[in-house]
Design a protein around this ligand. Sequence first.
Ligand code: AMP
Length: 508
Amino acid sequence: MSELSFAELGLDPAVLEAVVSVGYETPSPIQAQAIPALLAGNHLLGVAQTGTGKTAAFALPLLSRIDPNLMEPQILVLAPTRELAIQVAEAFTTYASKFKHFHVLPIYGGQDFAPQIRGLKRGAQVIVGTPGRMLDHLRKGTLKLNNLRALVLDEADEMLRMGFIDDVEAILSKTPANCQRALFSATMPAQIKKVAQTYLKNATEVRIESETRTVERISQFVLPVYAERKLDALTRILEVEPFDAAIIFVRTKAETALLAEKLSARGHAVAPLSGDLNQRQREQTVDDLKRGKKDIIIATDVAARGLDVSRITHVINYDVPYDTEAYIHRVGRTGRAGRTGKAILLVTPRERSWLRTLERATNSPMEPYQLPSPAALQQMRVEQFESQLLGFADDPRAAKAIALLDDIAERNDMDITMVAGALACWMEASQPDSLPLDQPEALPEVSASAPRRDRKGPPPGKGNFRKGGPNKNFRNDSKPGARKGPPKGKPAGKGPKPGGSGPKRAPR
Ligand code: AMP
């Protein structure tokens, strides 16, 4: 992580205020390098993948340079897919949330022209879209670039792979000569280099690289999961992993508090650790973890810097790190004092390309993480329920309780098993999920390998996201790990179903 703060970067005060309210603690490495260059008006060539914080790396400085009162397209972002265009447009909305007047318009193929034309007529400072449709609007004259100040090519290598490169070049040639340009790409194939040489002369180059370092004594696992099912996956991991203490990494200060609250509600002894705490509170939190008053810490990279607690057996990367440096630091929080440790990384479909990078950086492969099947999980919960129940059988107060319940049963003409059933349901009502009556559902499967997108892209609805069906993360033969002591919590089990389809090439 960089030592710079967002306040030192020279962003527009309204943009800075928005960043603070989102809860970002410090700029990611690519942001620390790209923001000053873009603020200075330079072209920028960024070799970076999704997950590095590249969207904010261009959105924050470019927003700082627009005229917020001019309702004309001032920033144009080209993205390979409809999904990415929408995601980038949402990010702009967040970062411009403190502007008085701000409009961003996503435009992509497959949607009617009419609402897009209405949106363009109404006026928007930022347009984010797929190249084909953008070019259509330029040709129709419905999109005008007279006031364009900056053009961003996001995931340029993906646009090349999907056959958009001619459209991209056609758009580039229509942009004003003095327009600032930024190109982001995970890889630099020859054609992308050529585009950069032609249209981004003297660009500042930003590359996030790090040396290879082996992470000894730490076994690394990866669990592909849909973003909206991450909490379900995490609660199941915590349920089956025999951890002593765990540290869970997230990206924002807000998320540390939110996730700590959710896990606490599920019965875990958990605390957040972020820059929102003062020095004394942070020391107290670390001390609580050392002494076993807390078992789980939810931390940001900055707050966990240098954390050395030997009882941490597990590092869970709930959000992917910004770069390999951060990953290596994170996993190094376990395996302390010569012990072994386990690191589990949750990746969403869009973040899968990270895997190869991380494996290269740590010089070791990541194994697929196997969650137990729903049936195995259910069986485990039943056994835990039973052992907890039996744990109270010798309780000295049991005799009094039996007399009381016998009396209730007799006066209400009930069988004693009916009384026991009612008691268990009462317990379930006050501690949801404490009674394992229903088998948990399987999480939808996400394929572990990175998608290969051809020119046409996957057919609608097929994508790389597979709904239902057997999940190799939930194989019936996989056994849940042994747990220490009573259950630490219960998974949410039910949650929203994922959107369903993978990245699509937006039709014209
Ligand atoms: P990107 O690489 O642009 O797709 O960003 C990945 C994720 O990182 C997004 O969810 C952002 O909200 C988040 N993010 C970007 N910059 C920061 C930052 N400086 N601190 C915390 N989270 C960030």
